[in-house]
Structures are given as structure tokens and as C-alpha cells.
Design a binder for this molecule. Structure first.
Ligand SMILES: [Zn+2]
Ligand SMILES: [Zn+2]
Length: 182
């Protein structure tokens, strides 16, 4: 029997945040505050505009790298994440806040919100790299979309980014192609 731990769920939520932030930052349509608020970062609502702006700027650099994850071999991804981690002040502690039960914060409570978020994103990615490497990151199969996805399915059957339009228009095109072939 498989037990899904809270930590596992949190990591998964943070990996989804990485994907969503990367896709929206790359397309220039990022709403970093609301993406974070909906992906397990309740403090994003009250974060200062300055820290959201700093975070958005830093995410622009990181997103360029996150978006290459499907092409990176494991050692390359590992050394890149290790490099990024050296830039952060990692000092873990267990905290409860905003109605969220005990969970780990990777940076001190005195650190800026943008540092805390980046530490969370990078530590979730670090744990994913230890667990699965880069294999679960993929690029959308829709012909006009390059977006990143994370495949958490058991049989690794995911083909499309989180935008539901990509799956539906591709399925329609495939269906038409099959009809023509008949
Ligand atoms: Zn927290
Ligand atoms: Zn797509």
C-alpha cells in the first residue's frame, strides 16, 4: 500500500508552482502573487509589492533554466541546482502559520519573502532530482506550445502542459487525422 505523506503532497504542489511560474514568466503573463497564493504559499497575499517585484525579476532568470529541465541530464540539473542553492541562506525550521500545519521553512523567518520562495522552489526541485531526476519534466506536445509540464502519473502518460486547450485541440486534430485516414 502506498501512503502519500504531507511532505510529498507539498513537494508536488511546489513542483506545480514551478511549472506554472515558469510558463507564465516565459510567456510574459506572470501573476506571481496569485500563482503562489493558489499553490501553497498563503503569505503571498500579504507580501510587499517590492518583494513580489524582486521575485518576478529573479524568476525570469530561473524560468529560462526551469524551462530546459526536459532536456537536461541529471548531473547537469544537479550541479545547476546546487549552484543556485549556494546563493541562498538555507537554515531549516519547522513552523505553523496561516492555518497551515507544521511544515519546513528552509530559510530563517527574518529572510525576505522572495528568498523564502526561491528556497522552497529549489528545495522541492532538489528533492525531485534525488527521487526521479529530470525524467518527469516534459514539454507540451501541442504543435504551437513549448510549455513545461510535470508528469506525476504512475505510467508517465502525460503529454500536455496544464493549459486544457492544448490537450483538447490536439485531440481534435488527431481525431480528424484518423477520420481522413479511414
Ligand atoms: Zn510556510
Ligand atoms: Zn501546451
Amino acid at each position: 500500500m502506498h501512503f502519500s505523506s504531507t511532505t510529498e503532497t507539498e513537494i508536488r504542489l511546489t513542483l506545480d508552482a514551478i511549472v506554472e511560474l515558469t510558463n507564465s514568466v516565459v510567456s510574459g503573463q506572470a501573476d506571481v502573487r496569485s500563482t503562489l497564493a493558489s499553490r501553497g504559499f498563503p503569505r503571498a497575499e500579504a507580501a510587499s509589492q517590492a518583494s513580489i517585484e524582486r521575485l518576478t525579476a529573479r524568476l525570469r532568470t530561473l524560468a529560462a533554466l526551469f524551462s530546459t529541465l526536459p532536456d537536461l541530464d541529471d548531473p547537469t540539473a544537479v550541479s545547476w541546482v546546487n549552484e543556485e542553492l549556494t546563493e541562498l541562506h538555507i537554515a531549516p525550521s519547522i513552523v505553523s502559520h496561516d492555518g497551515v500545519g507544521p511544515h519546513i521553512h528552509w530559510t530563517p523567518s527574518t529572510d525576505t519573502f522572495d528568498n523564502q520562495v526561491l528556497a522552497d522552489l529549489l528545495m522541492a526541485l532538489a528533492q525531485e532530482l534525488c527521487e526521479n531526476g529530470t525524467i518527469r519534466f516534459g514539454r507540451c506536445a501541442a504543435h504551437d506550445c513549448e510549455d513545461l509540464f510535470y508528469d506525476g502519473t504512475r505510467n508517465r502518460s502525460k503529454r500536455f502542459c496544464p493549459d486544457p486547450k492544448c490537450a483538447s485541440k490536439t485531440h481534435t486534430a488527431e481525431h480528424r487525422a484518423r477520420q481522413r485516414a479511414d
